[in-house]
Design a protein around this ligand. Sequence first.
Ligand SMILES: Cc1cc2nc3c(=O)[nH]c(=O)nc-3n(C[C@H](O)[C@H](O)[C@H](O)COP(=O)(O)OP(=O)(O)OC[C@H]3O[C@@H](n4cnc5c(N)ncnc54)[C@H](O)[C@@H]3O)c2cc1C
Length: 390
Amino acid sequence: MMQLTIDHSNKKVSATFSRTNPFQAKVLKNSNLNNNGSSKETRHIELSLKGSGLSYVPGDALGIVPENDPELVDTLLEEMQWDPETAVTINKQGDTLPLREALLTYFEITLLTKKIMQQATGFTSNNELQRLVLNENVNELKEYMEGRDLLDVLRDFGPWNASAQDIVSLLRKMPPRLYSIASSLTAHPDEVHLTIGAVRYTANGRDRKGVCSVQCAERVQEGDTLPVFIQPNKHFHLPESLESDIIMVGPGTGIAPFRSYIEERAVTKATGRAWLFFGDQHSATDFLYQEELENYLKEGVLTRLDAAFSRDSEQKVYVQHKMSDNSKELFAWLENGAYFYVCGDKQHMAKDVHNTLIDVIEKEGNMSREAAEQYLNTMKDQGRYQRDVY
Ligand SMILES: Cc1cc2nc3c(=O)[nH]c(=O)nc-3n(C[C@H](O)[C@H](O)[C@H](O)COP(=O)(O)OP(=O)(O)OC[C@H]3O[C@@H](n4cnc5c(N)ncnc54)[C@H](O)[C@@H]3O)c2cc1C
């Protein structure tokens, strides 16, 4: 349902776009940031927000409502010998869609949950599935679900005594994917830019593709539209004062919000210093936004740029190593009131950076471990240690 906001002051009526009513943003640009020979694919995508009334500040994220891979949907239809045109009910309100369209645009078909597995037992007498969902086999079930999707379940636990409606009723609505905004609205009015890493992997004998990232990498063309909304992030934003120093640690796609920060600080002519730690696999192929960043360095918008490339030398070098190498100066910046930001990989990088930061404070501040941790906690309380990790 479209939400309408009535502005009584000038009687203008404008649509409010949101998670439940996304704006169809036109794709202005979609390019690969990695060079030939890279094992990665990172897309730089520019979208138009013209006419949407949407706005954002550096640190906010953009939500995209993605569509499933048509190849995967067609394989599913073929596997089950379902008629793509069969009407299926998609929600509690009783709305219907042709089956193929419902599988493409409405349902999540690539992620399994315990609930799906348990409810699926109602449509097959396959003993193995009945066994797998028993409470005592919870770990085995978890292991099965990792890196598998609906197609695997339908192949592994037949024969099925279920209609297409029965199966889609097990599925949940496709959740939107969030992306840290990589542009400044002040620098690019009516536009929003993203940095999206294509997720591709092989698991259980099949090549798998991340729904949204690979849609953007393989199927979204310039001129197409994507349904989007703004997801504000109150806990990740630039300091209020233009005089404050900022330290940004953003390897891989973690660079995204910092491109936004740097662009914004260039426009607002911030006088505070800015230090960026970037990292990826190879300098020759994976130095995202290298030219832009080096220009900002020349212009003085960036004060320092330290890049770590993990696969360029025998010994892997990561952003946290660059932090350690520069511990004296890093601590001096912190002592001077700098804000410290981290964005990107939650599982490993953010933890390593956190621990290294404590190491740096402990060493350069001549403090005990506890005092260094307290120092960081105080920074957090002051809003000077902010993380956007996923
Ligand atoms: C606040 C926020 C900001 C973000 N910003 C960015 C950003 O700027 N850029 C960016 O690229 N991403 C960003 N992300 C991540 C992004 O939202 C998506 O999660 C990502 O793009 C994957 O979505 P997808 O639809 O392509 O993959 P999905 O279809 O959602 O598949 C991803 C899932 O596949 C599984 N998987 C992945 N690799 C493997 C493997 N090797 N083996 C087994 N299973 C695996 C995991 O379960 C994983 O969760 C952000 C996330 C959040 C929450």
